[in-house]
Design a protein around this ligand. Structure first.
Ligand code: TMP
Length: 236
């Protein structure tokens, strides 16, 4: 597999072309961003931890029948993935109230949500990733009704699989964000699953073990990510 030119540079990952038109290389950097990129810092080991964490989770999801873009690890900071045509919509599933839901509705952080909620945001930092609904996705052509229904069903399936996985590791999966894309016409889970894009609380103490440690200046960000990885058995 030959690495070619950079195709795209995101806030935390860079994407490279390869000599295979159907494959890309994801480079997980140490850059850590919050507030739509308004705050960015380098955190030692973050790229490596998230790359390996993501590989572990994507393989678990694939085994459970969720199609993912993950192909294989190439090194500490790089993974080979399928080249998707990304859908510019973020799918958020919540099991407990936190973050923007608490701000928007004024509910108490930690309130259990039953059933779990499913929300959509437009992936557009300049607009602050605005909250949108299903009819916007279809009316503006970001995804077809059929593909959106698949994205929703897969998001809820991911919730089922990962809630159990984290529960067994003594962690609550509070909420998470997924991005999907098309691979030869099929909806496939893309981007990454790591503590950068979800909320994880210790089941007993409710200690925050995810990127909220960075957003809220709580310290020991990567130490928390590494503890989550160790509890799940992710080889680092
Ligand atoms: P929120 O509470 O800020 O809406 O975030 C919900 C979940 O989605 C949380 O686990 C963080 C994640 N998320 C991202 O990964 N990237 C984003 O740009 C946003 C807005 C949320």
């Amino acid at each position: 597999m030959e690495k070619r030119e950079e195709l795209y540079r995101g806030k935390a990952k860079s994407v490279y072309k390869t000599d295979d038109a159907d494959r890309l290389i994801l480079l997980f950097r140490n850059d850590t961003s919050a507030f739509d990129g308004k705050r960015i810092e380098q955190l030692d080991r973050k790229g490596m931890v998230n790359n390996k964490f993501n590989a572990f989770i994507m393989q678990k999801l694939e085994e459970a029948g969720v199609p993912t873009q993950f192909d294989r690890l190439l090194g500490d900071n790089e993974a080979l993935v399928k080249k998707l045509e990304m859908i510019p919509v973020e799918c958020v599933v919540r099991n407990y109230a936190a973050g923007s839901l608490v701000k928007r509705l004024g509910v108490e952080e930690g309130l259990q949500l039953s059933p779990s909620t499913f929300e959509l945001f437009l992936k557009d930092d300049a607009k602050g990733d605005p909250f949108i609904n299903e009819s916007h996705v279809i009316a503006f052509g970001w995804a077809s009704a059929e593909n959106l229904a698949t994205m929703k069903a897969l998001s809820l399936k991911v919730n089922e699989v990962l809630s159990k996985l984290f529960d067994d590791a003594g962690l609550l999966l509070v909420d998470f964000k997924l991005e999907f894309g098309l691979f030869h016409g099929q909806i496939v889970l893309g981007d990454e699953f790591s503590p950068d894009g979800c909320r994880l609380w210790d089941k007993e103490t409710r200690k925050k073990m995810d990127k909220d440690r960075f957003r809220q200046g709580l310290g020991d960000v990567i130490e928390a990510y590494e503890e989550v990885a160790a509890r799940l058995g992710v080889p680092l």
